[in-house]
Design a protein around this ligand. Sequence first.
Ligand code: SR1
Ligand code: MG
Length: 413
Amino acid sequence: MSYAALDERSVGPFLATVPAVAARLGGTPDGWTVREVGDGNLNLVFLVTGPEGGVAAKQALPYVRMVGESWPLPLSRAYYERLALADQAAHAPARVPALIHHDDAMALTVMALLSPHRTLRGALIEGERYPLLAGHLAEFLADTLFFTSDLAVPVADKKARIAAYLGNTAMCRITEDLIFDEPYYDAPMNRHTPGLEDVVAAFRADVPLRLAAQRMKARFLAAPEALLHGDLHTGSVMVTASDTQVIDPEFAFYGPIGFDVGMILANLWMAYLAQSGQRPADRPDPWLLDQAEALWAGFASRFAGHWRALDLQAEHGALHALAKADADLREAAIRDRLDSIWTDALGFAGCEMIRRILGLAHVADFESIADEGLRAGCERRALRIARSLLVDRPSFPGITAVSQAIGQELALA
Ligand code: SR1
Ligand code: MG
């Protein structure tokens, strides 16, 4: 079958031809409920429920949905998303949705329906709290990143896995352009809240900032440390009080571990910094800063735990040989690696915050603040923090230093 974009009328009859999906839904298409709910920037997402159960069917469009047909984008991203879902499920099965069916020609991936989950970004904007969130995200990050890295995977296998994702170039190119380049010049699709013109001009003339962003781009381009999710913002996380699921790995490729870590931290920090615009009468909820701290601490401790627990008799990753016989050396190597991930994460977090305010793809945390003056104030504070994260990385030896800097920025408001 050749590719055709589905719609709410055609998706049911199409899915009825897939035995695994039809069995999960039960009944026949005329008894199924279908809703297209894609609110991301790229794809169609259909939620389909029948008498026996439900599925989420995600279909890639041959172009960028938020812009239109003038920006073509390969359907192959659906192939890489399925590949990543399978690889992530091998290491963190409790944290990713179960894959039910994939159709390469239709660029369609059918997954278990996540219900009653909602996207983390929307929930945070409404002030919801999720006690297990930081631990679950730390688990996802440590398990997928450690067990796809040179610490755990034999060299030849690791190189083969890097090669398996090498074709996802169009998605990496989006990141390269939108995150590391466009916010720093007058790119045609950039936009910003009125009132930020002085910061826009200052950032474009800011040599240390632009150099730091380019340094992060160089890391992104040439550090195939582990299989990254590649777009781990709070819209890629679905939550309930007891569960956390990471979705949408269509940007997956082998890159620097700090990219995934930095992106999710940046999105938690932005959620916090947006609160004074969303609810000006209330003090921002420190729970979000605590979550960011708990996420980093949980990730670092679990990553280190995986390293210490490696079976020295089994075949293991090349880097582990460094510390095989010497526990002191191993502990030094763990500290050294976590320091390097932290330093990368700071820089990538700074880039993510800047591009969400000055680039093409903004976030609802700020966009939902109707009052432009309030929104610009929140964004200005976020931009100041982001610049420090990028340019003054040695000032942030640990994550509490970031929480303190954010607190000081808000105190000045
Ligand atoms: C053109 S795509 C814009 C953004 O949406 C995705 O979720 C990624 O974050 C990308 O940078
Ligand atoms: Mg996405």
